[in-house]
Design a protein around this ligand. Structure first.
Ligand code: PLP
Length: 411
């Protein structure tokens, strides 16, 4: 199931040539690739079991229901949650929007505050702007330290106060690759009675995450960033909170009973899953969980840490390259590093690197407020997956100097 020596061999998409070169995929933070193990499980589901879950009583429908609910149980174990606290959504963005529509807009009032780090992805930022606009609450930012890229304790103590009703934050920043102190933020939020929302989109692919252990109230992530398919994500909600929340979408199997003029809604998680669900996606996500388990966290963490050290040390040695976030090349980054090449727009850099078969991300990475705060217009971003290799890193480092040369600079 896993080719531990050459994990990249498990990923058929990586075997192709791009622009005549070996394909070097360094954009896993945008979406990770899928191994044969996951693709085969999805294929097998559609070939053998794909009736509509929770609808029929015949054998195939029972099999589809078992596959869908089995996937929920596997995901719950993966993130340290109870099975009925796991809601399947389309992606992390939808999960965060459900928290806004079904919890925040009822919980907030004028005089309250929502606190988030300035580094948030738009998916964990715009919903809070909308919540603030709808309710008259204040949206307040925690600013990162210019040297370390992290949030100073004093910022946490000062900004999260008795007016704070929601503290929402990414576990790992999709621009800086730095890990935020979830335990500290949750402890401070608890102190003032605020609800916590963890955006785990960039942490679940890189290290074990335990939602009960962290004591967060809500959490969100997407399958497609952790070797699963696109179109399925997860909302975790503490049971007592999910039970109090009204549904977001209506219809299909999210009901208990419908009368002519009113409806009793199903209990969570089904209350939040209107209409036919992405059962093939859920099966693919469960397969991705199994695949990660087969490689093992110790293996994943040590491989990725070594590759990231190689990458950040290599970037630090490059002339005219500056890394964003923590200036210390030894800082621990989780799968992501952003950088700029002097005088070069990141889109030009990414286009030139693509001509060498290297895929990196360029632009603002859905984090305009962070880039504005840092005074950076855009950046290049390289990000790793379990299939990334030393050769991938070395190829990127070898091609970066070519970028300025191609644009006519001397060095
Ligand atoms: C930190 C973070 N949160 C949320 C998202 C949104 O994920 P999705 O596009 O799958 O909804 C992303 C995607 O890049 C992300 O990096």
């Amino acid at each position: 199931m896993v080719n531990i020596k050459n994990i990249s061999d498990d990923f058929p998409i990586l075997a192709q040539k791009i622009n005549g070169h070996r394909f070097v995929y360094l954009d896993s933070a945008a979406t990770s690739m899928r191994p044969n193990f996951v693709l085969d499980r999805i294929d097998a589901f559609y070939k053998s079991s794909a009736a509509n879950p929770h609808r029929g009583v015949y054998a195939l429908a029972e099999r589809a229901t078992a596959a869908y609910e089995g996937a929920r149980a596997a995901v719950a174990r993966f993130v340290g949650a109870d099975t009925d606290e796991i809601v399947f959504t389309r992606n992390a963005s939808e999960s965060l929007n459900i928290v806004m529509y079904c919890h925040a807009q009822y919980a907030l009032k004028p005089g309250d505050s929502v606190v988030i780090p300035i580094s948030e992805h738009h998916s964990n930022l715009v919903p809070w702007q909308i919540a603030a606009a709808k309710t008259g609450a204040e949206l307040r930012y925690l600013y990162t330290d210019a040297e370390t890229g992290l949030i100073p304790d004093s910022e946490i103590e000062r900004k999260i106060d008795k007016t704070t009703k929601i503290v929402a934050f990414a576990h790992v920043s999709n621009v800086l690759g730095l890990r935020f102190p979830a335990e500290k933020l949750v402890a401070r939020a608890r102190c003032v009675g605020a609800v916590t929302v963890l955006d785990a989109a960039q942490s679940v692919p890189h290290f074990p995450v335990d939602f009960h252990g962290l004591d967060v109230d809500f959490a969100a992530f997407s399958a497609h960033k952790m070797y699963g398919p696109m179109g399925i994500g997860v909302l975790y909600g503490r049971r007592e909170l999910l039970e109090k929340m009204p549904p977001f979408l209506f219809g299909g199997d999210m009901i208990e009973y419908v009368r002519e003029q009113d409806t009793d809604f199903a209990a969570p998680p089904h209350r939040f899953e209107a209409g036919t669900q992405n059962a093939g996606g859920a099966v693919g996500l469960a397969a991705a969980v199994e695949y990660i388990g087969a490689i093992g966290w110790a293996n994943i963490e040590s491989r990725e840490a070594a590759l990231m050290r190689r990458l950040t040390a290599g970037l630090a040695e490059q002339k005219r390259v500056s890394v964003i976030g923590d200036a210390d090349p030894g800082a621990r980054r989780y799968g992501v590093v952003s950088f700029n090449i002097e005088d070069v727009h990141s889109h030009d850099a990414a286009t030139i690197l693509d001509s060498f078969g290297i895929a990196i991300r360029a632009g603002a990475h859905c984090a305009h407020p962070l880039l504005d705060y840092l005074g950076v217009k855009a950046s290049c971003r390289a990000s790793l997956g379990v299939y990334s290799t030393e050769q991938d890193i070395d190829r990127l480092l070898e091609c970066i100097p070519q970028v300025r040369r191609k644009l006519g600079y001397g060095d």
